[in-house]
Each structure stands twice: as structure tokens, then as C-alpha cells.
Design a protein around this ligand. Structure first.
Ligand code: SAM
Length: 213
């Protein structure tokens, strides 16, 4: 997703340092100090404008959440939406998900959410897909032993690719849905911006997977 530069973003981020981190390496081992309470930590990579992670944080005050996003203009927009009604169990981090193992300790994260990740359809860009083996290795280092990855997409090709890479890793699947919005699980589903936009066009795929010991 390419986004136009937002001239207000830098200052807005600087003015809200309480809720957003732009120097994540300096917070290694100290993330819990940024929250009101020390409690389990879940992370979304590619959080976009933040709808999913903001709603998750409101729905689950007993869990701490971090939304990781690569693009400054996008995360500044998420922050602005969040600041309408901030909650103490959500933080935003401006960084590349590829660096997760440089900013989190081993076994620090309970769940990683990947929602509507960029599909990077060309084979030569496959390494950029957030479910490519390189990213999976990074997630494995920071996830608890029984931690899970929850992945939603409307892109069938990316879903098929992710089933393959996760199966080969190897990971075990706890759940797979080929039409999330028409499954019982949808009752507790929190929709992302992309999900709201693209679900009228076709099914939403979801998987929940765990690394095998
Ligand atoms: N998750 C949101 C949703 O479902 O509405 C946004 C989906 S958008 C297609 C993908 C987002 O992932 C973009 O905002 C993009 O900047 C971000 N992204 C892509 N690669 C990333 C990476 N390596 N680390 C962090 N964010 C990334």
C-alpha cells in the first residue's frame, strides 16, 4: 500500500510519544513498562490505520497490544484515530516487521496477527510477503512456545502460499476458514479496514497456526 506523505505526521508522532515508539531497539526487554499493567502481549504486523488493533485493545483490556507499521504516514493516521479515545493497553511502533527479533525477547509475544498483508504477487518479491520463511523464522524467535499466528486475507494466492510456507516450516494449523464471514467464528471477528472494504467482493480466508516444537 503506497500512501502520500502527510506533512503533519512527524510532529504528530513527536507530540504523542506516550503511545508511539520510533526507536524500538531502545525498548528491548522494556515493553511492559509502557503499559499501565504487565499482562500478556499480542502484536499485529502491518497494522495499517489501526482499526483492528484499536478494537481488539478495547475488547480485551486484560491483554497488551502493539501495532507495528512500516509507513510513517499510515501509523500517524492510526495514532490520530486512536487518540479520539485512547486506552492504556495499546502502543504503536514504527518499524519493519522483519526486525521483530531485534526489538522483542525470545518468547515475549503470545499472538502475532497478520491482516490483509500486501500480497507481493511477483515471485521475485516473495521474500517481502509477511508469511515467507524469513518472516516465519523471525516470528518463531519471539513467540511463546504455544504462541499462535492469526492470518486473515481476501487474497487466495497469498493464502495458498501461506498454507504452504507454514506447513513446510513446519507449523500446525489450529483452524482454517475458507469463508470466515459465513462461519460461526465470525461472531467474535473484529474487522480490519481492508476487510470492511474488500469482503463484499468475495470470501475472507483465515488461519490460526502454531510452530511445531
Ligand atoms: N492490516 C490493515 C488492514 O487489514 O486494514 C492494513 C493492510 S495493508 C494492505 C498492509 C499494511 O502492512 C500496510 O500499511 C503496509 O505499510 C504494512 N506493511 C507491509 N510490510 C510491512 C512490514 N514488513 N512491516 C510492517 N508493516 C508492513
Amino acid at each position: 500500500m503506497r500512501v502520500r506523505n502527510k506533512p503533519w505526521a512527524d510532529k504528530y508522532i513527536r507530540d504523542h510519544e506516550e503511545y508511539i515508539v520510533t526507536d524500538p531497539q531502545n525498548w528491548l526487554g522494556k515493553w511492559q513498562t509502557r503499559f499501565a499493567k504487565k499482562q500478556p502481549l499480542n502484536v499485529e504486523v502491518g497494522t495499517g490505520k489501526g482499526r483492528f488493533i484499536i478494537e481488539m485493545a478495547k475488547a480485551h483490556p486484560e491483554i497488551n497490544y502493539i501495532g507495528v507499521e512500516l509507513q510513517k504516514s499510515v501509523i500517524a493516521t492510526a495514532l490520530r484515530i486512536f487518540m479520539d479515545a485512547p486506552v492504556p493497553n495499546l502502543q504503536f511502533v514504527l518499524t519493519d516487521g522483519a526486525d521483530l527479533d531485534e526489538i522483542f525477547l525470545k518468547d515475549e509475544i503470545g499472538k502475532i496477527f497478520l491482516n490483509f498483508s500486501d500480497p507481493w504477487p511477483k515471485k521475485r518479491h516473495a521474500k517481502r510477503r509477511l508469511t515467507s520463511p524469513g518472516f516465519l523464522r523471525t516470528y518463531q524467535r519471539v513467540l511463546e512456545d504455544d504462541g499462535t499466528i492469526e492470518f486473515k486475507t481476501d487474497n487466495r494466492g497469498l493464502f495458498e502460499y501461506s498454507l504452504m510456507t507454514m506447513n513446510h516450516f513446519p507449523m500446525a494449523f489450529e483452524d482454517i476458514s475458507l469463508d470466515l464471514h459465513h462461519s460461526p467464528e465470525n461472531e467474535t471477528n473484529i474487522e480490519t479496514e481492508y476487510e470492511q472494504k474488500f469482503s463484499p467482493n468475495g470470501p475472507i480466508y483465515k488461519l490460526v497456526a502454531q510452530f511445531k516444537a
